[in-house]
Design a protein. Structure first.
Length: 641
């Protein structure tokens, strides 16, 4: 597209559809997150829906579809930021319900800050960095295939059908378990192994490659095969109803209450280190943004359309305008200017730090696997320590004040990781960055105005486990319960500081290892956050990512062994990427669709028939072989160019 005739991006149709999808996906993910502790990525489903709607209307282009998915994905992300934290205020009995005004203000301005914090990061992470952005790349391939049609669509459609049917069989019909795992006691300790049977995670591993996949897996191994067995061996095996707790439950209890915090400590140190390493790029991005504002209308006339962000002057002004009302919120709840000021400063500092971490992690493993709750825990810990020093450890509202700070940061982090992923998609399809950033704000604002009524409805209809409001079918709200426990643990005692410190030491060791690898000049590197997220996640999630990385490596080895030309390798890479993108697309679409009967019936087993883990294991192996075969080019047609 020429600079004289820029493509149609922000149109009435794209804005209306983006806002509608943002609101719908926010509601669906708010329920799923409170119900099952997980949300589903909305970028690809929103892009597919947009392409379908515009095709029916015989209008639209790749840029408008990209704008729709940018706005729509903000709703899902903001919902995660809200439901992971704000229900904790009810669990702490600080709130009796979800006040519309307070929830909206915190979600609205926290989410907007998430967009603003990531604008200076775009150039360093999206343009200049070598991060894979698996879900951003997948979304871009889906959008491009919709424009190209032909064989590209066929590859994605076949893989999407496979991924969708797999998800439906596992989550909907429950024909097999979604996770294959087992644990047993060995000499007073625990031996564990588990693997999630997710085609999407297999595809993520394929896209990010072996280097990152190995690091994430090593993080999981260090926790589940080293830290958890050591903790179990040094502590008495718990009992329930007079019988020993099953080994698998004991392993998860240790991970949930103790060793998970190794990952939190690692992400805290790793986040600071990552921002420090990116400091030159960040400053360069800020300077270039200010320079772009030097033109008469806030933009440099010679700057390409595809390089224009929201001018830095507006970013700084909007940041101040967002922080000011949040300071007033803190003042209303704590009533002390010094404490409110500390909360505001802490929120801005940690919000920017962890928005950068979330953005980096989105580049490593995708936004669906982004440890949003992990960095929010780190925020709650830091805020709790500072507030305990100011208010005293016996402060009645101390834990709630820390949760309010954590809520703002969590919204910023969730939106930040999503925003940078969408900007990567836009970069790959040639979109205009500032228009995407505006639509991310539009999507955030749209979702913020509907989340309070949704939370109120869910509280009255179900209640939350761990609270007096809980009914027979109460929502688990696992992240919110965890946040409440962490905040109370700092003020009342009981937080596993030894594991937080262990994680910090582990992060320093990984940083030193990466320095050694850098000096040797090898291709393999060790970004600390990849290891930290592996420690924090359940090991069963890291196994399929590792398997996907192995598939990609095996394919590269095959090309090298057979001496294939660069053209053949390029075609192979494209086919593999298209197929992997289709797997992610199918699972994401079915994840959204399965939310409908669950919400309508309140029954997670609404379509359950029978289950058996062996079926899922066989199918995931089959899909992995299919992915390898398609990328290699022997799936019925050889690579001929």
């Amino acid at each position: 597209m020429s600079g004289t005739h820029p493509p149609a991006e922000i149109t009435i149709g794209s804005v209306l559809l983006g806002v509608l999808l943002s609101v719908v996906l926010a509601g669906a993910n708010a329920y799923l997150g409170l119900f099952a502790g997980m949300t589903v990525s909305a970028s690809i489903p929103a892009a597919v829906v947009s392409m379908g709607v515009f095709r029916i209307l015989r209008r639209g282009n790749i840029f408008q579809n990209n704008i729709v998915q940018t706005a729509a994905s903000a709703g899902e992300s903001l919902a995660a930021g809200v439901i992971f934290t704000m229900p904790a205020l009810v669990l702490l009995d600080f709130w009796t319900d979800f006040n519309y005004f307070w929830v909206t203000v915190i979600a609205l301005f926290g989410g907007i800050l998430g967009v603003l914090f990531t604008i200076p990061l775009r150039r360093s992470l999206v343009v200049e960095g070598n991060l894979k952005f698996p879900e951003g790349v997948a979304a871009a391939e889906v959008l491009k295939s919709g424009e190209r049609g032909g064989a590209d669509v066929v590859y994605i459609a076949k893989a999407a059908a496979a991924g969708g049917l797999f998800k439906f069989g596992e989550t909907g019909l429950r024909l097999w378990a979604g996770t294959f795992e087992a644990a047993r006691g060995v000499g007073g300790s625990i031996l564990y192994f588990g693997a999630n049977l997710s085609p999407a995670l297999l595809a993520v591993g394929y896209i990010v490659g072996l280097n990152i996949a190995v690091l994430v897996f090593l993080g999981g191994v260090s926790n589940w095969l080293i830290a958890i067995p050591i903790h179990a061996a040094l502590n008495e095996w718990p009992t329930t109803n007079g019988a020993p707790l099953p080994a698998l439950e004991w392993a998860y209890k240790i991970w949930r209450e103790e060793t998970r915090y190794i990952g939190v400590g690692g992400m805290l140190v790793g986040g600071v280190w990552t921002v420090f390493r990116l400091r030159k790029s960040l400053l360069s991005g800020i300077r270039s943004g200010m320079a772009a504002y030097g033109g008469a209308r806030g933009e440099a006339p010679d700057m390409p359309r595809t390089e224009r962000d929201i001018p830095m002057k507006w970013v700084l002004l909007l940041t101040v305008c967002s922080v000011a009302p949040l300071f007033l919120v803190y003042q209303v709840f704590v009533g002390r200017v010094a404490v409110s000021l500390t909360m505001a400063i802490t929120m801005v500092a940690l919000g920017f730090l962890f928005a950068a971490v979330a953005s980096y992690m989105a580049g490593l493993v995708g936004s669906s696997n982004n440890p949003t709750s992990g960095v929010t825990i780190a925020t709650v810990v830091v805020a709790s320590v500072l507030l305990a020093l100011l208010m005293g450890k016996n402060a009645v509202n101390g834990p709630a004040a820390a949760i309010i700070v954590g809520s703002t940061v969590c919204c910023a982090v969730a939106i930040g990781g999503d925003n940078i992923q969408d900007l990567k998609t836009g970069y790959l399809v040639g979109a205009t960055p500032w228009k995407q950033q505006v639509m991310q704000i539009v999507g955030t604002v749209s979702a913020a105005f509907v989340l309070a009524p949704i939370l109120t409805l869910l509280l009255k209809a179900y209640g939350f486990q761990g609270h007096s409001s809980a009914m027979a079918n109460a929502l688990a709200a696992p992240q919110a319960n965890l946040m409440a426990s962490v905040a109370q643990g700092v003020f009342r005692g009981g937080l596993p500081w030894n594991y937080v410190l262990t994680g910090a030491i582990l992060a320093v060791a990984v940083i030193a290892w990466d320095f050694h690898l850098e000096r040797r000049g090898g291709a393999f590197r060790a970004p600390v956050l990849a290891v930290a997220v592996g420690v924090y996640l359940p090991m069963q999630l890291t196994v399929p990512i590792f398997a996907g990385g192995l598939l990609h490596s095996a394919l590269r080895s095959l090309h090298a062994k057979r001496g294939h030309s660069p053209e053949v390798v390029e075609v192979s890479d494209r086919r593999g990427l298209l197929f992997a993108s289709g797997l992610i697309t199918g699972e994401a679409l079915l994840g959204i669709l399965m939310a409908i009967p669950i919400v309508l019936t309140g029954d997670p087993h609404v379509l359950v028939a029978w289950r058996g883990p062996a079926i899922g294991l066989i199918l995931i192996v089959g899909i992995g072989c299919w992915l390898y075969t398609v990328a290699r080019g022997t799936g019925g047609e050889g690579i001929s160019r």
